[in-house]
Design a protein around this ligand. Structure first.
Ligand code: PMP
Length: 306
């Protein structure tokens, strides 16, 4: 997806012109992948642009930084205000925000100097992540031969830049094989998640999603869907899912900030029964749209108006 520049990027407390937001080629995070980041969406609402679950995303950024022993040097409140001011200055009506905490230039080595953390926040317009065909007809998934990062190697609950080599290998292999994306398994063979989205399966009206212990990123959209489903009275369980369960699901869908809620059309060329967007997926997608666009009286606190 091509990056559409805006006017300015927030870097360490200052707004700098988009083209001047540069880092040195010897920045250690580039070499060792020691950095953490977030992906956040802002939506156009009747009351102007609003950032969806901004505080939860910035809290996860702080949590990821803790795992990687970095102090972002700015509180969640300060980063919240910086994000909202960035939206105002760029004039975006909706879009995607990308805060990142990384190590500044100055030392080199596999044990980098951890007290040199720097922070930046960028925002730009971003459309559909998996494309409109996938959103309407469902995405075609394969099960990847790449296993999902695990707690014995790269902690999956932290959104670290280096950890995304795992996702990128998965996604690139899937796209080259003609699929939209892929699901990764844990070493025990449980379904973990897609390259940049969590997964839900529906069978006999029952919603199931893998637990945090199955090497997933604790997705904020996943949490949104769990909350909305419980409020709608849908039975929901967080438990391990086998590959075989994917093949016999009535419905399946992916959740993520970039992807939002995308139905799954097939897994390993086995069509998911309902085809297209099944009724439970549609119900949740409609609820998500209402809440994220400020059209529902519920969960107003999930929106930070610009
Ligand atoms: N898993 C991975 C690996 C991801 O990159 C993402 C996207 N951040 C998700 C799940 C979904 O998380 P969220 O809903 O918070 O965007």
């Amino acid at each position: 997806m091509k990056l559409e520049p805006t006017t300015t990027i927030w870097m360490d407390g200052e707004f700098v012109p988009w083209d001047d937001a540069q880092v040195h080629v010897l920045t250690p995070s580039l070499h060792y992948g020691w950095g953490v980041y977030e992906g956040i969406r802002a939506y156009a609402t009747d009351s102007g642009p609003a950032v969806f679950r901004l505080r939860e995303h910035l809290t996860r950024l702080h949590d990821s930084a803790r795992v990687y022993l970095m102090d972002p040097g700015h509180t969640v409140d300060e980063l919240t205000e910086a994000s909202l001011e960035l939206m105002r200055r760029t004039g975006l009506t909706h879009g995607y925000l990308r805060p990142i905490v990384y190590l500044g230039y100055g030392t080199m080595g596999v044990a980098p100097q951890l007290d040199s953390a720097r922070v930046a926040i960028a925002a730009w317009p971003w459309g559909s992540y998996l494309g409109e065909r996938a959103e309407e007809e469902g995405c075609r998934l394969m099960v990847s031969s790449w296993q999902r990062n695990g707690n014995h190697s790269v902690p999956p609950q932290a959104k670290a830049t280096g950890a995304y080599v795992n996702s990128a290998l998965t996604k690139v292999a899937a796209v080259r094989a003609g699929y939209d994306d892929a699901l990764m398994l844990t070493p025990a063979g449980h379904v973990a998640e897609a390259s940049a989205a969590n997964v839900f399966v529906v069978r006999d009206g029952h919603l199931v999603t893998p637990p945090l212990s199955d090497n997933i990123l604790p997705g904020i959209t996943r949490d949104t869907v769990l909350t909305l489903a419980r409020e709608a009275g849908l039975p929901v369980t967080e438990r391990s899912i086998t590959r075989g369960e994917l093949y016999v699901a009535d419905e399946a869908f992916l959740t993520g900030t970039a992807a939002e809620i995308v139905p799954v059309a097939s897994v390993d060329d086995r069509p998911v029964a309902a085809g297209g967007c099944g009724p439970v997926t549609k119900q949740l997608r409609d609820l998500f749209h209402e809440v994220s666009r400020g059209r529902s009286p519920e969960h107003r606190d999930w929106l930070s108006y610009v």
